[in-house]
Design a binder for this molecule. Structure first.
Ligand SMILES: [Ca+2]
Ligand SMILES: [Ca+2]
Length: 94
């Protein structure tokens, strides 16, 4: 596989690793999302210290309002975070 194909497969595998733990196998409930963020995005989570911040992050992600994060919602979140990282590193070169 190419680097990009591997990256896409990795994102899917990471999502499933957490979404399968409890309840709906294809969705992240808040506790699963929290574990994913803490274990896979510790740098980002350093800025999400309290429960209120996590709650508002989860609400922002949950566009269809079912209190779970499905893969589409997860990808939207990953896209935003990745674009922010890209912008950050783009400005570092200036
Ligand atoms: Ca689940
Ligand atoms: Ca949802």
């Amino acid at each position: 596989m190419t680097d990009l194909e591997t990256s896409m497969a990795t994102i899917i595998a990471v999502f499933q690793k957490y979404s399968e733990r409890e309840g709906d196998r294809h969705k992240l409930k808040k506790s699963e999302l929290k574990e994913l963020l803490q274990e896979e995005l510790p740098g980002l989570m350093a800025h999400v210290k309290d429960q209120a911040s996590l709650d508002s992050l989860m609400e922002g992600l949950d566009t269809d309002g079912d209190s779970e994060c499905d893969f589409q919602e997860f990808m939207t979140f990953i896209s935003i975070v990745t674009v922010c990282c890209h912008d950050f590193f783009a400005h570092e070169d200036e």
